[in-house]
Ligand binder design. Structure first.
Ligand code: SAM
Length: 326
């Protein structure tokens, strides 16, 4: 049946699919189809498709109905997807078991079901997981065209931050120098490097750095990624005056690392500072902390104050994009 489709080269397929999915534009009743070296993504509303994407009319097959976990349960379940893993956040063990069984019985392409068994904790921000289905906690996750291998039992990773990471990555220019002070497996570093940035990623978690190196290989950017396993405070003097851009995604304690950020910053530097604060004043404490360390050496201008997500009742996860000019 002929339907409106976005037509892109196959290598741009995943990134395009994500853009369209976030805008809720994918026509789920039809198959995404490859033909004549193009990928066709059926869309519900061709008028709403961003101008930089081409819309054509294409004969694509109708999709056979897939069984979802909700079809098998008497409630609408809440879960996250990470590669071939489904992540649950269920306190009730019986409900968690019921949900895991429904996920496995559904048509979702899933190998593993994990339930959160603790909060993220300690220096490495890793959480404990209960394995409800499958064999291990390692997976490969795709996000905006990049591929990330990771083991959830060993490293921090949150698929919920994908849109935020992409917002930052879209600001990165070819040839700039970007430093991620708390890099994890590379969800900022790898997309920055694919846009041509020369990147340094530091993490105290040795396993995260091993995955960051593997992810640089997987995404073809080893020549633009330096991965360092250390405390970033020890590394900062080696990169004094180096960075055009710094990412600090260690909410709760990023302020303890601002002296190091100022050491790493070049003459003109953008700082992406993540924080978790009370909703009454989510941006003030971070801005005050940055000014107290960076001024008067730098002129400090807050370019963006952005709420990333709600973190807990009355607490917000926020990002400040800050221009530092020496
Ligand atoms: N940037 C990654 C992301 O967005 O997924 C990881 C963020 S995670 C919240 C914070 C990371 O900082 C963890 O991987 C942890 O191991 C690392 N970390 C904590 N203290 C550190 C330190 N002093 N120096 C370097 N890395 C540190």
């Amino acid at each position: 049946m002929e339907v409106p489709c976005v037509r892109v080269p196959p290598e741009e397929g995943e990134a395009t699919r994500q853009v369209l999915a976030e805008a809720d534009l994918i026509a789920d009743d039809f198959e995404i189809t490859v033909a004549e070296d193009w990928l066709y993504v059926p869309v519900t509303d061709p008028e709403a498709v961003p101008d930089d994407l081409e819309v054509v009319s294409k004969d694509v097959p109708e999709r056979e109905t897939q069984t979802t976990p909700a079809d098998l349960l008497e409630f609408e379940p809440s879960y996250e997807r990470l590669g071939d893993v489904v992540l649950l956040d269920e306190d009730d063990p019986e409900r968690a078991r019921e949900l895991a069984d429904a996920v496995v019985a559904s048509d979702l392409p899933v190998e593993t079901v994990l339930n959160k068994a603790s909060k993220v904790k300690g220096e490495t921000r890793v959480r404990e997981w209960e394995l409800l289905a499958g064999e291990d906690t390692e997976t490969v996750h795709r996000e905006y065209g990049c591929e990330f291998a990771l083991d959830l039992a060993e490293v921090y990773f949150s698929p919920r931050l994908a849109t935020e990471r992409n917002r930052v990555a879209e600001q990165v220019a070819d040839g700039e120098r970007a430093f991620d002070m708390f890099a994890g497996v590379g969800p900022f570093v790898i997309p920055f490097a694919t846009r041509g940035a020369d990147c340094v990623g530091v993490d105290v978690n040795e396993t995260a750095i091993t995955y960051l190196r593997e992810n640089a290989r997987r995404n073809g950017v080893t020549d633009r990624v330096t991965a360092i396993n250390d405390d970033v405070r020890a590394v900062a003097p080696d990169y004094a005056d180096w960075a055009d851009r710094i990412v600090m995604n260690l909410p709760h304690s990023a302020d303890d690392f601002l002296e190091s950020a100022v050491t790493i910053a070049g003459d003109d530097c953008i700082l992406h500072y993540y924080d978790i604060q009370h909703e009454d004043d989510p941006f003030g404490p971070g801005e005050d902390a940055i000014r107290s360390v960076a001024e008067p050496e730098y002129e400090v201008t807050v370019a963006t104050r952005r709420t990333v997500r709600s973190y807990a009742p009355h607490e917000l996860n926020v990002c400040l994009d800050v221009c530092l000019e020496r």
